[in-house]
Ligand binder design. Sequence first.
Ligand SMILES: [Zn+2]
Length: 465
Amino acid sequence: MLLAAKWVLPITSDPIENGAILISKDKIKAVGGKRDLIKTHPKETVIDFGKAILLPGFVDTHTHLEYSVFRGMCDDLPFALWKIQVTKKSKKLSDSDWISSAQLGTLEAIQSGITCIADISSTGASLSTALLAGLRGTIFCEVSGMDHSKIDEVVSCARRNVHSWLEQSQNSHLKIGVSPFGVYTVAPPLFKAVSDWARKEDIPLCLHLAGSPDEYSFIMYGSSLLATTYRDLMGWSDLLWQPMGVSPVKYVEQWDVFEGEVIAVHCIQVGERDIDILRKYDVAIAHCPKCSAKLGMGIAPLRDFIRCGLRVGIGTDSPASNNTMDIFDEMRTGLLLQRGASESVEGFSAEQFVRMATLGGAEVLKMEGEIGSLEEGKQADIIAVDISHSHQIPVNDPYSALVYTTNQENVIFTMVGGKVLYEKNGYSILDQEEILACTEPIRKKLKGRSLRHQGVWQACRKWAR
Ligand SMILES: [Zn+2]
């Protein structure tokens, strides 16, 4: 099969105008000019997308597919209050609600050109829907617990889940990892136990790290709403918590968390010494610029990450915080935030952000040998993006078009391993109507007065002063 379009972006080499990609089974066989490839392979079926860009599928290095139905439920709150509200509302959902929510996220992913994910899941719903859709990536099994007396119990439960998920994901594009969720939900000995076990069994690890000022205060000073209201909500208020006097990165280093293969999500509240630690252990970073800005968490020091040679990919987090899984919006916001904060256009270009969202993400997942660019021998994870609209034309530079003018609804084709998952106005591996219909009853369950109307917002503002 030959896929052709006005532009082909191999990522590892220059854009090809009037290009094509030859695919055989699940792999890319050749990338080049359309005329040449048609001439040398005259019997191949040609699918010509016309005014479109063909590029590698996006690698979304941080998702929570099962939280997609929380879209718009917890807006305009700072991080700690947002987390408290999401946690409260989560208790209202049934197993089938979580599946419906993950299906919504999976549908949005394939319709947005996301072909590979690094997802943190507590219910397993992300795994079942990603398997069904044929997405690639790693599903990390969430582990949380602050009670030191229950560490063995929590670790055994996580091991059972991971082994069961490994069985379910055999012969698929998915790998399984483990996620000690974050420093405010995982006790020190649990960090140590999970990290040791993951390293022993060669299981990749992912954690939220150094995201919000609340998290920084929780570790450094033993304070913030994460030390009070959130711990009450989780039933941990009787458990001792003391200020650690160090940064979140330094704190988790001492529990051997970085010894194995690790993705750290966010890494906003980091100083030079923290970045040195991340570099020392070759920790990969999931950079989620839009979520971080929306929740008032800050702007990650991306320039420093890149300068140090850290592996960095783009993550959308989840619609619960970010409202969409739109990698175009993520690239655009990420680039503009860096320029705005530094008062400089030096250092970053549209091309770099497209690379970060494709090959950079593949490097984060250590899959750069298989995906992330259009090259002979790599997996045929390919998307087509329409560039024929009035908000896009004229297209002078395809990188510019992708970052500055394009949105998720401009994706018209998504393929993983040579299999078509989605064609706009055509075939879809997931039933859109059915999935969208399931969300309304869940929305009704989740709706309710926001925390802002319960006085907590005011309490938080007082506390912040
Ligand atoms: Zn997250």
